[in-house]
Write a protein that binds this ligand. Sequence first.
Ligand SMILES: Nc1ncnc2c1ncn2[C@@H]1O[C@H](COP(=O)(O)OP(=O)(O)OP(=O)(O)O)[C@@H](O)[C@H]1O
Ligand SMILES: [Mg+2]
Length: 154
Amino acid sequence: MQNFQITTSHPSETLALGKKFGEIVQRGTVILLNGPLGAGKTCFAQGLAAGLGVPKTHPVTSPSYSLMNIHCGRLPLYHFDLYRLSELEDLDELGYDEFAEGSGVAVIEWAERIDLLSEASLEVAIECLDENRRRFTFVAYDDRGRQLLELIAV
Ligand SMILES: Nc1ncnc2c1ncn2[C@@H]1O[C@H](COP(=O)(O)OP(=O)(O)OP(=O)(O)O)[C@@H](O)[C@H]1O
Ligand SMILES: [Mg+2]
């Protein structure tokens, strides 16, 4: 499966959706999260972290000063937020390639700020339909992404 769409009606539903992905996601998966401010990118990433077994004592938040945080779960979770990315070099300095192709799962908020599609397993585009409804469009770009969607969309 290449594409999948689903609408959530409450943050708890977005958390639950992210959690389903986190429970089955494989090592080396790169997930791009796009959508406007307040769309629910961090909320989805929090669900993903829960599904990966990241302890609540180290919660996924919107990093104010860092572009990336590492969380330890069943697999390492590399949570990027590129909102404040000013230079492409910043990403290189972070060692992006190392993390994105590494032994964990990379989830990247504001991925559209730079063109990362060629490296992605899955792109998640979130649209705000109203105050509480969010439409998620998933597009798979590699085998890991396709497998994820096949397992989720049953
Ligand atoms: N169905 C929903 N799913 C997710 N969040 C929702 C939903 N309905 C309402 N919300 C609200 O939308 C906001 C989503 O915030 P979140 O920080 O996850 O967005 P974001 O996309 O990461 O924003 P930013 O671009 O600032 O990082 C929260 O305040 C949450 O309560
Ligand atoms: Mg966010």
